[in-house]
Design a protein around this ligand. Sequence first.
Ligand SMILES: [Zn+2]
Ligand SMILES: [Zn+2]
Length: 320
Amino acid sequence: MTPPLVAAPPASPVPAEPALRHAHGRGRPCVITRRACFSASHRYWLPELSPEQNAARFGSCSLAPGHGHNYELIVAMGGPLDADGMVLNLSDVKHAIREQVTGQLDFRFINEAWPEFDLSQPGGVLPTTEALTLAIWRRLHPHLPLMGLRLYETDKLWADVLGDSMEAFLTIKTHFAAAHRLARPELSSEENDAIYGKCARPHGHGHNYMLEVTVRGAIDPRTGMVCDLAALQALVDDLVVEPFDHTFLNKDVAHFASTVPTAENIALHIADLLGAPIAGIGASLHKVRLQESPNNAAEVFAEVPALGVQPQALEALASA
Ligand SMILES: [Zn+2]
Ligand SMILES: [Zn+2]
């Protein structure tokens, strides 16, 4: 049979638009985030340790009567839209967060505000960032469809929790300044110019690199830590910041004598340097994020070589 020369008219009237289109997205899934802030104090002090041991273990965090932070909490929630076009009414979300968390912690001494941090009890845990994030998860979970929580203790330290388990992600942020030149020595200067542009100029240029290192691990039921924070900071300082800061990477860091120090290669090298030592302090290196300028960054997921398999809720939190 010969095909018609013009498109045949539809056999039936134009099908109705999908019903969902007229129901304000009802039933379609979406992730929403809500931010909330509170100020609170805490102290790291285990009664089973001597004053000297507490001081050695927790440094100035052990000083009486404690010290405080302006915490910032990001709550990621997911679910289908209701008939009003919302996952949840935001006023209900605000109310739940205030009722269950900020109203109880704001301007309080965390060690005494919540019984889970009563260290005189054997089940008490130190109110670290990650232990506090998990405690907040357990209090919010009955009220909100949580997908992930992020708690910033400062802009240089935060924790993520993605479920009611002892597992948490802890991120520390630091920076270093370094110069580099992007050029492959086996290529001509014209070829390098064509690939790397101004970055191939012979005497190099510099950046203030911002570095985020995320580790994953189980929260210790007593210290509240996925790993010793001071030890983690010392590893990043000793293995990355100190050897990289105020250097010309191509000449001063041996690895970059033969590897072009792009942001990607620097992030990969940092992941290679940190992986085993972080395993040595009981955590897993999850992610290295290297921000080279306000306009570009490189991320390496150290546990998952294939892209696209990182926990989805972390992405929701990252964009909060
Ligand atoms: Zn603190
Ligand atoms: Zn550059």
